[in-house]
Design a protein around this ligand. Sequence first.
Ligand code: G
Ligand code: G
Ligand code: MN
Ligand code: NA
Length: 246
Amino acid sequence: FELEGELRKALDLQQLRLYLQPKTNREGQVYGTESLVRWEHPEKGLIPPDRFIPLAEDTGMILPLGEWVLKETLQLMTEYPQLSFAVNISPRQFRNPDFVARIKTLIQETGANPQRLTLEVTEGLLITDFNQSSRRMLELQQLGISFSIDDFGTGYSSLSYLKKLPINELKIDRSFVKDLPEDSSDALLVETMMAVAKHLQLSVVAEGVETQAQRDYLYSVDCNLHQGYFYGKPEPARQLLERLKP
Ligand code: G
Ligand code: G
Ligand code: MN
Ligand code: NA
């Protein structure tokens, strides 16, 4: 696969771009962002992450790539102290024995406040290697870092792990939001996830909110934290942050 060799060089050639998507609260304020990486390829243009993250995961390139995303994000955190920042962590990155030490070093080097950092992980990661994952999450939580379950509802949801692991937030996958409010079975699923979250005292972010009708339905079931094109697409980090400056 030709992109593989090029991806190795992309980091050195400074072709990765940090994009951010806003997360909005019930007051309509942007309270945080999610970091989403893009690759600005000299010939192919802007390559979306689903075209190279799986490749990076397979080849181990996700380690330097993920480190780059974390470092860029932590540097921005010190400049925008009113916002929380979420970063996607892929399984191979999270399982790397150096992961906790690397995060500690990055926090020290940048001076970022870990209380405003959320790591987004997927359900699959938590199921395989439950013991190691939970130990690692506890260590990171002690630094002040929060955990969010990304794409919630699409994995092998065993509800018991939600209770056992130090998780702070669920992100309802956009597949459940897409056909709201008309699809009554999706509506029921969303209400069920809200009930689970309430019981376990987790906050909930709805992903992929694109319409006012979706927003209003989500408000009606007390799901008040939203991310999606209705509020804003991912855009170059500085561009979004400059607009949000108080
Ligand atoms: O950014 P998009 O909007 O196209 O993201 C597509 C997928 O790529 C999502 O599943 C997202 O979680 C993943 N992704 C985007 N940026 C990163 C990143 O920095 N690290 C990891 N591991 N995944 C990412
Ligand atoms: O898997 P993860 O949730 O980390 O990635 C978020 C993905 O969802 C990115 O590809 C991002 O561009 C995309 N996304 C964010 N908001 C919307 C939306 O409102 N509609 C659609 N279709 N995709 C979205
Ligand atoms: Mn995510
Ligand atoms: Na998601």
